[in-house]
Design a protein around this ligand. Sequence first.
Ligand code: ADP
Length: 164
Amino acid sequence: MRIGIYPGSFDPVTLGHLDIIKRSAKLVDKLIIGVLNNSKKVPVFTNQERKEMIETVAADIPNVEVDYFTGLLVDFAKEKQADVIFRGLRAVSDFEYELQIAQLNRTLRPELDTVFLAASVEHAYLSSSLVREIAQYRGDISSLVPEELIPIVERKYQEILSKT
Ligand code: ADP
């Protein structure tokens, strides 16, 4: 059984992420989405919110599961007995960083390979930070996140804005 991991912050999950999830899930028997719990970067959406949003949008893909991880991706991959890491590449600017991380991870665990999927053209400009920026100013996020998540993201920003 081939197991893949797609790691990221998913703060929040976007249509670009969902595209990579669907395409990666076809390439392995099981795809584990690793929601990064990074102590350096405090996310807008809690771990549980990020996990639940992914579970909602990936509910109809049978071989996908979602889990959190802290620490090194190679350790998480080992724990999950994963063979491959998936990453999406949007532009050359992603490439430099992603190549470095992929090479580092191969040094740490040579049997674990990284597969890069080219972002679909229609989502190439899309990032979670862009979604957060638009949502913060009450802009239209309908072309950026899966439809089911629009009210969740909007509600979160209403909450945040009501506190400031
Ligand atoms: P972001 O850069 O949006 O904060 P993450 O850290 O959650 O995203 O990224 C997880 C992975 O998803 C990375 O490999 C990233 O390159 C990829 N990714 C992010 N947005 C897109 C997109 N629009 N299309 C394809 N891949 C993407």
